[in-house]
Design a protein around this ligand. Structure first.
Ligand SMILES: [Zn+2]
Length: 271
């Protein structure tokens, strides 16, 4: 059954990727200034690199950990006696809450930011940005999440559904899609929309260090970290408004992406 669920994860990932890729190709919110082919190639290589490394190191042990915690009956959800759909929904909300605080910590704690900024160094945003994570961040977040799994105690099925949702939501909110105002005004109160998350990728850090939610968007207003960047007269962001101010020309360099956490400026040394 675990193998079936794992196959399901791949189908969800590829299905979501193709869907959002097609929509952003037909109706892009912003025009790309660089080559899209280069972006697909670069970010797919990052994903392939991470998949090989992280699957071997983390994925199977993590899954075994979730199964073990469930078998032992550990965690708040087990003690509360939650089961069925109530448990699945509560676990999704609680795991998403953890991701909100973990993401916020990634922006506040310099050691974590070193790794997370490899994701933010992208100077454009589209569905391929959802593939751009440093393996160091994936290792650190898995360790933190393993502790939260022990505390909350989700069932394995809830974990799989959460993982599928997170994959779809990350592809959706990184995509270069701009929803019509009417839909946006309704949707951004419940889930993270591309407009909501594009603001989080703003060069201007007062907006970049806000909007940390992943699936449900209400965590930001709830914990006072919602800060939406105003848009230009054409309803769009300025061309250079996305990414980080430093090393903009290196955003599609494998070496720069991989060595970012260990670069001199992150060690507090002059360049
Ligand atoms: Zn971030």
């Amino acid at each position: 059954m675990e193998l079936d669920l794992d196959g399901g994860r791949l189908v969800i990932f590829l299905g979501g990727f193709i869907l959002f890729f097609l929509i952003e190709s037909i109706l892009p919110a912003r025009s790309w200034h660089g080559s899209r082919i280069k972006r697909i190639f670069f970010h797919s290589s990052v994903a392939a690199f991470n998949t090989v490394l992280v699957r071997i190191l983390l994925y199977v042990p993590f899954l075994l950990w979730v199964v073990y915690v469930e078998q032992q009956g550990w965690g708040i959800s087990r003690w509360l006696g939650l089961s069925g759909w109530l448990e699945i929904i509560m676990s999704i909300v609680m795991l998403d809450a953890f991701d909100y605080f973990w993401h916020r910590a990634n922006h506040r704690i310099p050691f974590l930011w070193r790794f997370h900024k490899a994701h933010h160094a992208d100077t454009e945003m589209d569905v391929t940005t959802a593939l751009r994570f440093h393996p160091g961040e994936l290792v650190l977040s898995s360790l933190a999440k393993a502790s939260w799994v022990l505390i909350w105690g989700p069932t394995t099925i809830a974990w799989f559904i959460f993982e599928g949702l997170i994959s779809l939501c990350a592809q959706f909110h990184h995509s270069n899609i701009d929803l019509p105002d009417k839909i946006e005004r309704f949707l951004y109160r419940i889930i993270v929309t591309p407009r909501f998350h594009t603001s989080h990728h703003a060069v201007d850090r007062q907006y970049g260090d806000a909007n940390f939610s992943t699936i449900f968007s209400f965590w930001d207003p709830l914990f006072r970290s919602y800060h939406q960047i105003p848009r230009g007269p054409d309803g769009q962001l300025a061309e250079d408004a996305i990414g980080l101010p430093e090393a903009r020309d290196l955003s599609l360099s494998f070496r720069a992406w991989f060595t970012e956490p260990f670069s001199r400026r992150n060690m507090g040394l002059p360049d």
